[in-house]
Design a protein. Structure first.
Length: 328
């Protein structure tokens, strides 16, 4: 029987299939099913500071309704404030009590102080690791690439100095020099890089001339971007590499492992097929390994990374040139 155990952020996972941050973690029963079906771990859906700010403003506005009619109405009820991150943290604590598999907290903040504050509070819930979800569209015309990167490094340094659990950073691919950013984070002691954050794009309704938000599941072709960068970075940095975006089945998982991934994060496939699909993926990995004579993941992890292939330039521009020449 093939051994699927893997090491990620200093933790031993029974296999490399991790449920990515999504609404699946919003119900304890779902998380228990994820564990029972055999997943290696799960990332709790992100705590978004912007959502807390928005909900706080909504609460303030709703409490003001009618208060201007009578001065006495200001004293009917005691002051009410939004609970901040507490509800989310209590949910993590509740989830931690019912499952044994590794759980990872996910955090997205907008103010430097709250990155640290929320990270410290999340650590207290009992999660095994923390994922900094750096989800931000940089649209400021006056903010340089250097300033964006400096802000990222400051956040990581501050969080790492205040928490004891392993820290991963979930990144977008849109940095000017992504390899350099990865190297800088590695030198700052990040335990893992999650590649990549999949930004949701706004849609438009041309009939009503309004914007709309659409949740579109990822497709297998999107896994090519993390595949390339994991293959480029494997063996060049100490941090573990987690693949995210577009991973749909056992074949997609195997490809990421061949590139050098320690784990893969999957969400869309489980929305399509249910969390029981975890077993299908694991069975597919096991059958492939046995057909190849591999006893454990380390027997083939990184075999197709840039440092191990005969033509390392295939992961760079030469890949594009080769395809153009073959199509001529």
């Amino acid at each position: 029987m093939a051994d699927l155990t893997t090491q990620y952020m200093g933790l031993t996972l029974r296999n490399p299939v991790v449920v990515g941050a999504c609404s699946i973690s919003g119900m304890v029963d779902n998380v228990k099913r994820v564990e029972d079906t055999g997943a290696g771990g799960l990332v709790i859906k992100s705590l978004f500071e912007e959502q807390i700010i928005y909900e706080s403003l909504q609460l303030e506005e709703s409490l003001k309704v009618g208060s201007e009619r009578f001065a006495e109405s200001l004293y009917y009820f005691p002051p009410v404030k939004h609970a901040g991150p507490r509800e989310h943290l209590m949910w993590i604590e509740k989830t931690r009590k019912v499952v044994q598999m590794p759980l990872f907290g996910s955090l997205n903040a907008v103010s430097p102080g709250n990155w640290v504050s929320y990270a410290k509070q999340m650590q207290e819930t009992g999660v095994d690791g923390l994922e900094l979800n750096v989800y931000a569209v940089q649209s400021d015309l006056n903010k340089s690439a250097e300033a964006v990167e400096r802000g990222l490094y400051d956040i990581v340094e501050q969080v790492k100095s205040q928490v004891k659990i392993p820290v991963a950073v979930k990144l977008s691919p849109f940095y000017t020099s992504f390899a350099n950013v990865a190297g800088q984070l590695d030198r700052r002691g990040v335990n893992a890089l999650v590649l990549f954050n999949r930004f949701l794009q706004p849609g438009m309704d041309i009939n009503t001339e309004t914007l709309r938000t659409e949740m579109k599941y990822s497709q297998s072709f999107e896994s090519g971007l993390p595949l390339r960068w994991i293959a480029l970075l494997y063996g060049r940095i100490e941090a573990d590499l987690a693949a995210s975006s577009g991973i749909q089945d056992a074949e997609d998982v195997i490809k990421q492992l061949l590139a050098g991934a320690a784990v893969v994060q999957i969400a869309s496939a489980f929305y399509r097929h249910g969390v029981e699909y975890i077993k299908t993926i694991l069975d597919g990995i096991t059958r492939w390994m046995e057909s190849k004579g591999y006893g454990k993941l380390e027997d083939f992890r990184g075999n197709l990374s840039q440092r191990n292939v005969t033509d390392p330039f295939l992961f760079e521009r030469a890949q594009y040139v080769k395809i153009l020449m073959s199509a001529a």
